[in-house]
Design a protein around this ligand. Structure first.
Ligand SMILES: C[S@@+](CC[C@H](N)C(=O)[O-])C[C@H]1O[C@@H](n2cnc3c(N)ncnc32)[C@H](O)[C@@H]1O
Length: 350
């Protein structure tokens, strides 16, 4: 069962269309009755129910001053509050600059107008939904669906966008062969078994439909091939602690480099094209564009490191969590030549 957000307009006392994640759950105000204008834009089916505004706080829980999802089954460890939303939106912009587009792969070809048929795009673990909103502007005739276990995307999207609550471990509500493009970015911590997701993605994709996955490698590397543990020992320790704690406490493994193989093994995809991009951490690069990118990305890295505190305090490194985080952040200012590896892969449905 998927859940659509209520499309009721905000009351005058609560004008923002996004939720203030720094408020404690339970502080959201009630909204006005639905307006007729919204009906034309909704895409209801028997499997879709609306979340009343007053139920929204139930999808969050507070721990240590940060807000997290309250979904019992998802291992996803990061907060979903204002700071984390700032990180997601910031990365969305920086990744577009790094790869030169909103997505790798033959997106224009797959979403080209087809006589009498509206193209349909499904974004998994959509978060704030910024990728969907940007794409929906570029492809105004296509229909976009963004699904997540927390309602942090806008409740007032444009006419061709629908955000829904859905656990990606469950079957999608969409018919077989009804989707043209499935997009999955930075969802590797949302599921324990990435390979198990692929048959359901393949089911909803039409023949020739496009799947695009993009994930960060679990630790940075040195661009000149030197040893991270020597050049940036605190960074290396931070990522070892994160990787081991995710594995031991949450059953989450590093998957990014292995996704092309999983696609191939599934037997459902062809034209599998893996790529790697290198995002500079800090403003050390000689190319002015990459130097600026690295300077802005460093801010996202700092937000990530602080969000990862929630993971580190669960495991063997709990007592050292703050020192590990600060050590890593210090090195992002000092060590030149450190890059994050961004793995993308695109493939077509057989
Ligand atoms: C790192 S964020 C990425 C957001 C977005 N894809 C982007 O690229 O900006 C991961 C998202 O996955 C969502 N998530 C975690 N477990 C999930 C699940 N089982 N089903 C759907 N979404 C999930 C989280 O709530 C979070 O919004």
């Amino acid at each position: 069962m998927a859940v659509q957000y209520s499309r009721r307009p905000p009351s005058s006392s609560f004008d923002s269309d996004s939720h203030d994640m720094n408020r404690a759950p339970g502080n959201y105000r009630e909204r006005e009755p639905p307006s007729d204008d919204d009906d034309a834009a909704s895409d209801m089916s028997e499997d879709l129910v609306e979340i009343p505004s007053e139920d929204i706080p139930d999808y969050f829980q507070e721990r240590g001053g940060r807000l997290f999802h309250s979904h019992g089954a998802s291992p996803y460890p990061l907060p979903v509050d204002a700071e984390e939303q700032q990180r997601q939106n910031g990365l969305n912009t920086l990744l577009r600059r790094l790869i030169g587009d909103f997505s790798v792969g033959p997106v224009g070809e797959v979403l080209a107008d087809a006589l009498g048929e509206q193209r349909r795009v499904l974004d998994l673990g959509t978060g704030t939904g910024q990728w969907v909103l940007d794409m929906a502007r570029d492809f105004p005739r296509a229909r976009f669906y963004g699904v997540d276990i927390v309602p942090i995307a806008t409740r007032y999207p444009p006419h061709n966008v629908q955000f829904e609550m859905h656990d990606i471990k469950e079957a999608f509500r969409f018919d077989s062969a009804s989707i043209d493009f499935v997009h999955a970015r930075m969802i590797s911590m949302a599921i324990r078994d990435y390979g198990a997701l692929l048959p359901e993605i393949a089911r909803v994709l039409r023949r020739g439909g496009l799947f695009v996955s993009s994930e960060w490698g679990r630790r940075p590397i040195m661009v000149d091939g030197s040893d991270l543990a020597v050049r940036a020992p605190h960074t290396s320790e931070f990522f070892t602690a994160v990787r081991e704690t995710l594995r031991e406490r949450r059953g989450i493994h590093t998957v990014a480099p292995g996704i092309p193989r999983l696609l191939d093994d599934s037997g459902c995809f062809v034209n599998i094209v893996p790529r790697r991009y290198y995002m500079p951490i800090g403003d050390w690069h000689t190319d002015p564009e990459l130097r600026e990118l690295g300077r802005e990305y460093r801010e996202m890295v700092e937000l990530y490191a602080r969000s990862m505190r929630a993971v580190l305090i669960e495991g063997r490194w709990a007592a050292d969590a703050d020192a590990l985080i600060e050590g890593y952040i210090q090195e992002t200012w000092r060590v030149r030549g450190m890059v994050s590896v961004y793995y993308t892969v695109h493939a077509r449905r057989v």
